[in-house]
Design a binder for this molecule. Structure first.
Ligand SMILES: [Zn+2]
Ligand SMILES: [Zn+2]
Length: 283
């Protein structure tokens, strides 16, 4: 059963759309309109790899083509991992998982939105922050149904098929949001726990102006949890971060940006008004 989270084309894009960029020798990210999908693995014919997140609705061909260019023909990923299940991170997920015949992993608290049991709260177009936030009313919030293909991430923090990575529960943006971290080079895949482009500003999204920012406001439902999650990620002291939206950030810019975000979380991240501000959902 398809629903609008998978079908509806969302008419927003950015100058990075269609570009593949590298954060390290084995971490590449590809921008689909406004959202990043990550390829983890050293490029090369037949090499093992894993996909993190699955793009906007109707982006299956583009993601599959890019995967083939990196890892060769008939070389599907070992698994697809999700930071969370919002429409812009699962748009091509069912089609890709089906074509590749691979298993999908997400936090167990995200599973209701991936097995058809529940829908996300509606996006909040009343949060302050510009045109894109206002147009959030058109964003689908329906969960998708992956059936038996989706599994909870292992409770011990290990990441299937990525031996040197760990996952961290970083809720707030969604209840089962996770980030992935590799100690050896302090590489962080942060999903939407924080992002490097101010997602509420259409101008900044289109031009991809780099600026560390809290989780996208119109879909974030628990701001206290979101703050704790950013604090946790800062304590990991990442050296490079690839976020769900925007360009990767590294070194001093990242360290100082995260410090600033933690210190000024209320001013930088939290909207002044919005329907999820006072009514904290049970997460
Ligand atoms: Zn999201
Ligand atoms: Zn997102």
């Amino acid at each position: 059963m398809e629903n609008s989270s998978e079908k509806r084309f969302i008419p927003v894009t950015s100058i990075a759309s269609g570009k593949l960029q590298s954060a390290s020798a084995d971490v590449h990210y590809f921008t689909v309109q406004i959202v990043n999908v990550c390829f983890i693995g050293v490029p090369g014919e037949g090499n093992d790899w894993v996909l993190i997140d699955a793009g906007m609705p109707r982006s299956k061909e583009k993601v599959a083509e890019e995967a083939e260019a990196l890892f060769g023909k008939n070389n599907p990923p070992k698994a697809i991992l999700l930071t969370h299940g919002h429409f812009d991170h699962v748009g091509a997920l069912r089609e890709l998982a089906e074509e590749w015949q691979v298993e999908v992993y997400a936090h167990e608290r995200e599973l209701p939105f991936l097995t058809g049991a529940d829908d996300y709260p509606e996006p909040d177009p009343t949060v302050d922050g510009g045109l894109l936030a206002k147009s959030a009313a058109i964003y689908p919030n329906e969960g998708i149904d992956l059936g038996a293909r989706v599994h909870p991430l292992p409770m011990d923090g290990s990441v299937p098929h990525l031996a040197d990575w760990k996952w961290f529960h970083t809720p707030g943006h969604t209840q089962g949001h996770v980030s992935f971290f590799r100690e050896s080079d302090r590489m962080l895949i942060a999903g939407d726990a924080f992002v490097t482009v101010k997602q509420e500003s259409l101008y900044k999204v289109v031009t991809q102006k780099k600026e560390i920012s809290g989780p996208p406001r119109y879909l974030t439902t628990n701001w206290e949890a979101a703050r704790s999650s950013v604090e946790l990620l800062q304590r990991l002291q990442p050296n490079i971060a690839v976020t769900g939206h925007g360009k990767s950030m590294a070194g001093k810019e990242l360290t100082e940006g995260l410090q600033m975000l933690v210190k000024e979380f209320a001013a930088i991240a939290v909207p002044e008004h919005g329907r999820y501000l006072n009514k904290q959902k049970d997460q």
